[in-house]
Design a binder for this molecule. Sequence first.
Ligand SMILES: [Zn+2]
Length: 54
Amino acid sequence: MEQTNGVILESKPLPDLGAVICKNCGNVMFTLPTNGVKTIYGVCKDNCQPNEGE
Ligand SMILES: [Zn+2]
């Protein structure tokens, strides 16, 4: 009987739990596959202005 070492390799992709959010306007720029929910702040474009109502 053949046995492996009990190692199960799963190439299961991580769910996209990480969100990159623009710290200026609050847009979700893109999501990332991360191990757990993470929020990463960036800037979606140069000179992005905060999206505040007038
Ligand atoms: Zn922005």
